[in-house]
Design a protein around this ligand. Structure first.
Ligand SMILES: Cc1cc2nc3c(=O)[nH]c(=O)nc-3n(C[C@H](O)[C@H](O)[C@H](O)COP(=O)(O)OP(=O)(O)OC[C@H]3O[C@@H](n4cnc5c(N)ncnc54)[C@H](O)[C@@H]3O)c2cc1C
Length: 380
């Protein structure tokens, strides 16, 4: 029997695996992809992301400031490798660091390919069934990532012609003529700037409001253990209100906001503030109607409308809830104890642990907070 089975080899699964590995536990990571962080890479590539948003001191290694030291140990760093006042690392540097952690701790050898379909309590452990067989562990960590992408109702009938940028079927080629990006946050802005660079003047960004400007997704105090500990002690409804107030939803860092303004001034990117009321195919084009009845035609349209705010219809969580009768709170989020236990043998990390870890739960900072909280890993 394994000591731990981690379901999901994304940012959260990988960081927790690194910590457990260092402590000598017998563990495996279960994920359908052939390597860890495959989803992260796919999303970053879809946006042509160059830098992370989070600071240099937030990385996936076990110790503190590992990425900082790793960058110093590089024989040569490309110009512009760090961005902004918090020195957000380039995606390339971050990836090289992750590869180094994986090799150093032998994490790839822990990966079992498969999608978990159900959990069953067995004698002193949990059996996890997947599409490729079963594994038994004393304890399981659900690190399954964000819920499904958010697709507005008007886009559903258009189907493949209006896909979410994080949809596996999304066409990553650059548009060859008029294009529209829908969405107001960092992903939408990054994609719109990428497309505008390739075809200046042919891309329009449609957003409800000008993106608010903020360096990080939430105040940096949320990355330190004390603030989330206090947060977890207040009643659930209060936590939800606090999450709402403290999350800088749809915000972009000042350096990206400046690029957006420059692109708009130069005329390479058009920004339309409004709410889309309808969208439909019209021969080879898409016709988008805004709330003020104005219309816009384009050949390509991408949704960068984020992830669903709630965890309803996340198949594995639904199965576990049903089979083990576990509690779900507001937004269908699992209700966890102070050690992120949903059940004495089942832990939850990542954005699904938001009600325990606060607004940075989904981020690298959240992965580090989660690892500290997990039973048996907590600081003495
Ligand atoms: C474009 C983008 C940029 C971001 N930039 C930053 C940043 O700079 N800094 C920061 O801190 N945060 C950033 N974030 C936020 C956060 O770090 C990422 O969203 C991160 O990918 C979340 O990691 P995760 O492990 O929760 O989810 P994921 O990366 O989605 O990984 C979850 C894994 O679980 C697997 N899985 C799901 N269900 C099952 C199942 N039933 N069985 C087996 N495996 C399963 C999936 O295949 C996947 O591999 C960014 C997010 C995005 C989208």
């Amino acid at each position: 029997m394994l000591d731990w089975l981690i379901i999901g080899a994304g940012v959260h699964g990988l960081h927790v695996a690194a910590r457990l590995r260092r402590r000598g536990f017998a563990l495996r990571l279960l994920d359908p992809h052939p390597r860890p962080l495959a989803e992260w890479d796919r999303r970053a590539e879809a946006l042509a992301m160059t830098h992370l948003r989070s600071p240099l001191d937030q990385d996936l290694d076990v110790g503190e400031l590992s990425l900082h030291h790793f960058s110093h140990a590089q024989p040569r760093l490309e110009p512009g490798v760090f961005a902004g006042p918090c020195r957000a690392p380039s995606l390339d540097l971050f990836r090289r660091h992750v590869e180094w952690i994986r090799a150093r701790l032998g994490l790839d050898a822990l990966l079992e390919r498969g999608t978990a379909t159900g959990l069953e309590l067995v004698d002193r452990g949990v059996r996890v069934d997947s599409d490729r067989g079963s594994l038994v562990a004393r304890r399981v960590i659900l690190a399954v990532g964000p819920p499904q992408t958010c697709v507005p109702a008007w886009a559903v009938p258009i189907g493949g012609a209006a896909l979410h940028v994080f949809d596996p079927e999304f066409d990553r080629s650059l548009p060859t003529s008029s294009a529209v990006v829908v969405g107001g946050g960092l992903s939408a802005v990054q994609l719109a700037l990428h497309w505008a660079r390739a075809r200046p003047g042919a891309t329009t960004l449609i957003c409800r409001r000008p993106p608010p400007i903020a360096e990080l997704d939430a105040a940096s105090r949320w990355a330190r253990p004390r603030c989330p500990w206090r947060f977890a002690s207040i009643p659930l409804a209060g936590r939800l209100a606090m999450l709402d107030a403290e999350t800088r939803r749809g915000s972009v860092p000042p350096r990206v906001a400046a690029r957006l303004t420059r692109a708009q001034r130069r005329g390479s990117l058009r920004i339309v503030i409004g709410e889309i009321a309808d969208g439909r195919r019209d021969a080879a084009e898409l016709l988008v109607t805004l709330g003020d009845h104005s219309t816009l035609r384009c050949r390509r349209l991408a949704l960068a409308t984020g992830f669903a705010p709630n965890f309803e219809r996340v198949p594995l969580l639904d199965t576990v809830t049903e089979e083990l009768g576990l509690e779900r709170g507001p937004l269908a989020l699992p209700v966890l104890d102070e050690r992120l236990r949903w059940h004495p043998r089942i832990h939850v990390v990542g954005s699904a642990a938001r009600l325990s870890l606060g607004p940075l739960a989904a981020n690298i900072a959240g992965a580090r907070l989660a690892a500290l909280r997990l039973d048996g890993l907590a600081a003495p």
